[in-house]
Design a protein around this ligand. Structure first.
Ligand code: FMN
Length: 402
């Protein structure tokens, strides 16, 4: 998740369409037009993602919503995810903790206990019932935590013992305090990797179609990858190869557990979220894209270089194209896309699929709206992370009801 301030980045319109009842003839005509339009809309062309037949390329990006009380997914998530499901559409779940040391924000879901696995099942079933494909994003925050979230009030764990500075929360008022982390000993690292392996197994048990390993946005994997954070002197620190070792061993473990065809990973080499920038993001991104080929994973999901800080689109000349070319599997791009940018990226073969965060959060029927080129609901940042089971969660209107 993003624990900081968001500014309005993508262009959203507050206007909503007028509804007019169509005759049967008009409906047929409209259907024909829509089919023709879909043919010419790159985002709405089908795509074969490994064993999954996607009917379009508009992906629900992972979005932390902080409505999983006590780290247990709640029944209100059934409606939330099923609202955002389309037949043949891919959804990626909100970041989901792999263990009791993985949490750093209130009311975020986990997948390390039987109770959590059982609680995910009806949510996954609802997505499947509407023909969706659902991946679980598995997560460990590392040092982006404080002792209140940790078992026995212990210090959060990380690649480093360098603390994070306090940060303004999403509401723009409160400050998040972070407890200085404890640097993991080399012999503890296999245990953390094993937590990801078990979480992946649990995700499959819950019925998910696969997992996305959260290697982005300054959380534990990124804390190993990035040279401004990772100051280790063992085989997990120093050279580029060493800094990537944790991520790659973790990928290997998850692949061994559930199969490469069910594994994706998310990276943000260019970003500097949670004080986790890198001095050479191009080399880091390219090295990871090449190294991941060894494991034959399903997809690589990368955040665009223009998203340096949360919610702020920067002018940027870096591109993900070298990573996209170097990686043999499917590629998902995310960050600051609107309809036109998404269509362009697919049309120019810069990516296979586009993940939408804030636009999908506020528009449960986003693929339909893109198909019709309909106006979009505006997202409300103030309700991104509140615990309300309805407000800002399942009450964004559909086109028909607007
Ligand atoms: C409310 C909110 C929660 C988010 N939670 C996550 C998350 O759990 N995991 C993750 O990888 N990214 C998370 N992100 C980042 C989004 O997945 C996405 O990369 C970001 O919003 C940029 O895409 P957009 O411009 O389409 O919104 C979150 C973003 C928002 C706005």
């Amino acid at each position: 998740m993003w624990g900081s301030i968001f500014s309005c980045a993508a262009c959203c319109l507050a206007f909503l369409p007028k509804i007019h009842k169509l005759s049967e003839e008009e409906k047929e005509e409209e259907n024909d037009t829509q089919i023709k339009m879909a043919d010419s809309i790159p985002l709405l062309t089908p795509y074969k993602l490994g064993n999954f037949n996607l009917s379009h390329r508009i992906i629900l990006a992972p979005l932390t919503r902080q409505r999983s009380y006590g780290n247990v997914p709640q029944p209100h998530a059934i409606l939330y995810y099923s609202q955002r499901t389309s037949k043949g559409g891919l959804l990626i779940s909100e970041a989901t903790g792999v263990s009791n040391t993985a949490q750093g924000y209130p009311e975020t879901p986990g997948i390390w206990t039987k109770e959590q696995v059982e609680a995910w099942k009806p949510i996954v079933d609802a997505v499947h019932a509407k023909g969706g494909i659902f991946f679980c994003q598995i997560w460990h925050v590392g040092r982006v935590s404080n002792s209140d979230f940790q078992p026995n009030g212990q210090a959060p764990i990380s690649s480093t013992d360098k603390p994070l500075k306090p940060q303004i929360r999403a509401n723009g008022i409160d400050e998040a305090e972070f407890t200085p982390p404890r640097r993991l000993r080399t012999d503890e690292i296999p245990g953390i990797i094993n937590d990801f392996r078990l979480a992946a197994r649990n995700a499959m048990e819950a019925g998910f179609d696969g997992v996305e390993i959260h290697g982005a946005n300054g959380y534990i994997i990124d804390q190993f990858l990035k040279d401004t954070v990772n100051d280790r002197t063992d085989e997990y620190g120093g050279s580029l190869e060493n800094r990537c070792r944790f991520a790659l061993e973790l990928v290997e473990a998850v692949v061994d557990e559930i199969g490469a065809d069910k594994v994706g990973i998310r990276l943000s080499p260019f970003a500097d979220f949670m004080e986790s920038g890198d001095s050479n993001p191009k080399a880091l991104g390219l090295h990871m894209a090449q190294a991941l080929n060894k494991y034959g994973i399903l997809y690589l999901h990368v955040i665009e270089p223009r998203m340096k800080t949360p919610g702020e689109i920067c002018e940027c000349y870096d591109t993900l194209v070298p990573m996209r070319k170097a990686f043999n599997g499917s590629f998902i791009s995310a960050g600051g896309f609107n309809r036109d940018l998404g269509n362009k990226a697919v049309a120019e073969n810069d990516t296979d699929l586009v993940a939408y965060g804030r636009l999908f959060l506020a528009n449960p029927d986003l693929p339909k709206r893109f198909e019709l080129n309909a106006p979009l609901n505006k997202y409300n940042r103030a309700t991104f992370y509140i615990p309300d089971p309805v407000l800002g969660y399942t009450d964004y209107p559909f086109l028909e009801s607007a």
